[in-house]
Write a protein that binds this ligand. Structure first.
Ligand code: BEZ
Length: 252
């Protein structure tokens, strides 16, 4: 299914600032050089794209959300509304960068093909996304609580969390040379209650229910997760797993 997620920049800044805060390792893997032309794929509100611009890069950000693109433009960025699976660029970027966004973009082979065409020969694709096992407990609780209501919860999962083998095979099939790829758990402390995470990121599951039934659903998911993700002091940690990689489009 395609996602029904709505990206509200204010809610995102309130509940999900940690996403860009934790994005610096992938910026370091990108190792941007001043003057490079870089595409930030799924730029969101543009915070990391602005960092790349501060480092002297010429940055274009794309995101499927009009509201996020408007927020990125407020930072002075060249940000455009474009879906990751329908990129419209040809041989113009030194690098394509993406943080915490590719798992929302389906089908992955169309995303990878668009990245390939966007890059110049010798260009690089450097990204981090949710990998195999990402938010496994959260996803299971969301699916199970829909199943209990007689709804096929699995059919509302909007994310793609690949293994190393799966994603490197896709990159190689498109022509990329994969120089680095790693899958690792990154338990992520949440800034507040898991409810805010669910309200921010689980709209696809919520869309399965009438508005009046959503608060009870969220509460049920939260209580299912409490023994697994909440410590004795009430601090919540999400069970994130990252897939981080660098791949090159060979020189012609
Ligand atoms: C992630 O960054 O891994 C993620 C964020 C929101 C929903 C699912 C996964």
């Amino acid at each position: 299914m395609s996602s029904t997620q709505i990206w509200d920049p204010e809610r995102y800044a309130r509940n999900a600032r940690f996403v860009s805060d934790l994005g610096m390792p992938v910026v370091h893997l990108l190792a941007p050089r001043p003057g490079e032309r870089i595409l930030d794929l799924g730029c969101g509100d543009g915070v990391l794209a602005a960092k790349l611009a501060e480092m002297g890069c010429e940055v274009v950000g794309v995101d499927a959300s009009e509201m996020q693109v408007a927020a990125a433009r407020k930072l002075g960025l060249d940000a455009r509304v474009m879906a990751g699976e329908a990129l419209q660029f040809r041989d113009e970027f030194d690098a394509v960068f993406s943080n915490a966004a590719l798992h929302w973009m389906l089908p992955p082979e169309e995303v990878i093909a668009g990245v390939w065409h966007a890059l110049r020969h010798g260009g690089r694709f450097v990204a981090e996304m949710g990998g195999h096992g990402n938010v496994e407990m959260i996803q299971a609780a969301l699916v199970d609580a829909l199943d209990r209501r007689g709804i096929n919860g699995e059919s509302f999962v909007p994310w793609f969390f690949p293994t190393i083998e799966d994603y490197s095979a896709r990159l190689r099939k498109a022509g990329f040379v994969v120089s680095y790829i790693s899958l690792f758990p990154r338990p992520t402390p949440l800034p507040g209650d898991v409810t805010s995470w669910l309200e921010s990121f689980a709209e696809d599951f919520l869309s399965a229910l009438p508005a009046a039934e959503r608060p009870a659903y969220i509460e049920e998911v939260r209580e299912a997760l409490r023994p697994k993700l909440c410590d004795a002091r009430g601090n919540w940690t999400a069970d994130y797993v990252r897939l981080r990689f660098a791949a090159q489009k060979p020189r012609a």
